[in-house]
Write a protein that binds this ligand. Structure first.
Ligand SMILES: [Zn+2]
Length: 282
């Protein structure tokens, strides 16, 4: 539709199947996907949470030694060197070797944590990044929550900021924030800064800075419009992040190491590949 060129554009969703009351386990997801026929006959991108991407491609969870669905890194803290990309072929090969060795989960890390054959059709050389789009909504939620949780450890009063801007953590997903609340937090960093200053909490300044840098990233390449400067903003976010003493999560890793690659290839912002539409990111 013509709306799709606006930030507020509504994307059409055509539901092919609905499954109720089942757990999002490896077995269940594999069962559902393997029953969708002819997936290889159409051009598609997988839109889902990182957790689900890992299941679909056949690797262990985000807490494993090689947690990234897009590359074989075993060190998330290193955001300066790229590790080998995961491809359908690399996972198929490692999963076969893992199986031949007896499918012992204790040694899965020796097989870059590939424990199942990918549920995706395609040639061996195809990269996971070219099939499974980085999920903007979950990157937004995961990164905002991680920064917020670290801020909370230093300054529990930060919850008053949430009250002031009318944001409530949701009960499911261990107190995370819905996407639009994450945006509201990013849009109201000035209020956070004022509150921290009047409370003499100088340590919060670096969180204020990182949230501003992250908001610049979100405005430049999340949603439906792409700012050609997105690469600069991602780099600024990277330097600000490295300057802080907080861990690089798989989602931060994906943003820093794989989102620029994905966007360069498609020359489109992440919203085009998202299953949900956020309200205006600006
Ligand atoms: Zn990676």
């Amino acid at each position: 539709s013509t709306n799709s060129f606006k930030d507020s554009g509504i994307k059409g969703t055509l539901i092919l199947a609905l499954v109720e009351n089942i757990q999002e386990t490896d077995e269940n997801i594999r069962l559902i996907l393997s029953n969708i026929k002819n997936l290889d006959k159409i051009k598609y991108h997988i839109c889902s949470d990182v957790k689900l991407i890992n299941i679909i491609v056949g690797i262990q969870s985000c807490s494993s030694k090689h947690p990234c669905p897009y590359c074989e890194t075993n060190n998330l803290e290193n955001v300066d060197t790229f590790t080998e990309d995961r491809t359908l072929g690399s996972i198929r090969h490692s999963a076969s070797a893992y199986k031949s060795a007896g499918s012992n989960k204790k040694v899965a890390q020796h097989y870059t944590n590939c424990i199942n054959q990918p549920l995706l059709t395609g040639d061996d050389h195809e990269r996971i990044l070219d099939i499974c789009a980085p999920p903007e909504l979950h990157l937004l939620q995961g990164i905002v929550k991680h920064v917020y949780d670290n801020m909370y450890k230093n300054w529990p009063h930060v919850s008053l900021w949430l009250d002031k801007i009318n944001v409530k953590p949701t009960n499911y997903h261990h107190g995370s924030f819905v996407g639009n609340d994450c945006l509201r937090m990013l849009k109201n960093v000035d209020i956070l800064q004022q509150m921290a200053e009047s409370d003499d909490k100088h340590i919060i300044q670096k969180y204020v800075h990182i949230l501003r840098c992250f908001y610049d990233v979100v405005k430049s390449c999340f949603g439906m419009t792409l700012d050609p400067q997105y690469d600069t903003y991602i780099n600024q976010f990277k330097y600000a992040y490295k300057d802080m003493d907080i861990t690089i999560t798989p989602k931060v890793h994906i943003l820093l190491m794989h989102v620029p690659d994905f966007i360069t290839k498609h020359n489109r912002s992440l919203g085009w590949y998202s299953e949900q539409t956020l309200e205006s990111v600006h």
